[in-house]
Design a protein around this ligand. Sequence first.
Ligand code: ASP
Ligand code: MG
Length: 412
Amino acid sequence: MKFGGTSVADLERIRRVARLVAAEAATRPVAVVVSAMAGKTNELVAWTDAAGPAAESLGLSDDEYDTVVASGEQVTAGLLAMTLRNMGIPARSWLGWQIPILTDAAHGRARIDEIPAEALTAAIDGGEVAVIAGFQGVTREGRLTTLGRGGSDTTAVALAAAVKAAVCDIYTDVDGVYTTDPRIESRARRLKKISYEEMLEMASLGAKVLHTRSVEMAMAHGVPVRVLSSFVEPGEGQGPDVGTLVCEEEEIMEKRIVSGVTFSRDEAKISLFGLPDHPGVSSRLFGPLAEANVNVDMIVQSHARAEGAANMEFTVGKRDAARAVEIVRAAQAEIGFADLSVDEDVAKVSVIGVGMRSHAGVAKTMFGALAEKGVNIQVISTSEIKISVLIDAAYTELAVRALHAAYGLDQV
Ligand code: ASP
Ligand code: MG
């Protein structure tokens, strides 16, 4: 069982969580992963910002950042274990280094290498509820690490794989995965099941229900993940109709072509005009961006009218836009483009579904629905199971609703 920040935001909610854990622990052995109290990690990050320049800018490791931000989860793990004990349930807290959750040394965004779970498994088998601090790990040299914002989901799935759990239940502030964000489209429906692949696309395309890495890990290890609300009643969480199960595609009986519509406003479009149209240009452009760890998403290149010239457009996250422009400008002479412009008023809207693999006309429906609403498409990118378009951010809601209806996802 994993509980997010809003579910453990104060003592009263921690007591609620303890009752859910108690009901579960009465039927089978349980390990629990907790996040920091809502808002806590932001506060800790702000402290590290205020303490001085980022270590990275001085060429130092950001290990002390992790020492600070990992502390939020220690508090909730201890408080939940205490609360369970007060209810007469044997429990103890486990910090990342105590298990240990071994990670690489990429501080602030570490990846889990290995979890030798013998001690933890022995404790659970001995009838004790294990309450684990999410988000944190330790390097082989013994330094604390964190897994990147939202990383507690990844802790939970990694542990579920390590202890060979039957299921990993992610309790959160929504009651499942929806066909789109219900705050934008009230006719959005909860999906009873969704495949790992679709969930992975949804998570990386803007649906913030699960940490992307946790879905990758669940898929790699075949861990069934259930997303459900922490506001269910104790015992109710085990009902077959609760939440959304993220599982293998073959387990999903209800066949649909499109499962969801997502959007992300965290996009910026950079356009380069008058590039030389010969081999090596893309490499000179995207090489330095990759070296600076700027993640480039959509890319289109087209011929310009002038002989031998091309234009290129690509998107990056809004946070990276200024840095990306700086890097590209610095390499202007080497790349050899004439002009550059940036547009931050863009949004990416995507439709996702494994059914696309076997059905024609999915893109046509998308473009038709957008055209009917007068939404102009700036960039298109596709994979086997998703189509994304970049549009003017002002039309985000309109586009999401139009697509939701066009693929028959509206609740009737
Ligand atoms: N507390 C961490 C964060 O806010 C990790 C998590 O909640 O998943 O990012
Ligand atoms: Mg989260």
